[in-house]
Unconditional design. Sequence first.
Length: 278
Amino acid sequence: MGAHGTGTLTGKVALITGAARGQGRSHAVRLASAGADVIAVDICRQIETVGYPMSTPEDLRETVAAVEALGRRIIATEADVRDADALRAAVTDGATALGGLDIVLANAGIAPGGGARDQPEESFRDIVEVNLFGVWNTVHAAAPLLIEQGRGGAIVLTSSTQGLTGRGGSGDAGLEGYCASKHGVVGLMRAFAHWLAPYRIRVNTVHPTGVNTPMIMNRGLERHMAENPALAAAMSNLMPVPVIESIDVSNAIAWLVSDQARYVTGVTLPVDAGFVIK
């Protein structure tokens, strides 16, 4: 089976948070194209400290349509990853409807971006709660079912190049919260990898550089970069591309969750056009 061959995930069910748009939607479509059914979760509303427009119920419906167009099943739920009860319910309902759970992509995240400069404490807290506590909630909602099923599994946590570097740090609470949360995700991944290895459940992180999604491509962040040329220079890639595409991350994840990577666990995989080694 080729890396991009259809059917490599036939019969698998994937839980994806932040699935309404951006990387999450791309992951849902990519895994569905390889045969997986999808449990899609997204908040679909605005968080006050976030300075760019967040996802909407309509965005989530577009993800549902895109997966169904590939002939796969999808159960979509509007839920906040900070709400453990809501996540557990989404996992239970989705797994019951689709026949279990095999893959978990803890992808939901927020970034600083212009809306929170006046409230640094709230911004820092919101970012850490979504990006770190939300990932912990996601895995703890799913892991008991994966263990109980006894059929192994694959978990990928979305970190960032900011989870491996601190480049661009400039006293900005939002960026510090983002960097700290994404480093924290690596700590969770390593702890989870030890916990779940005896059950043949693999846990890894992916570390994208800037991706062409609404989280990065928005007026607030563009303005912030324009006002801080040193920050913009620090955040550039080694390869001559300003940003990568969601599918670049989805393709890496599709390999990580497949049987081709059956003994890959505990790794931090950059998909970053050389950002980390720059």
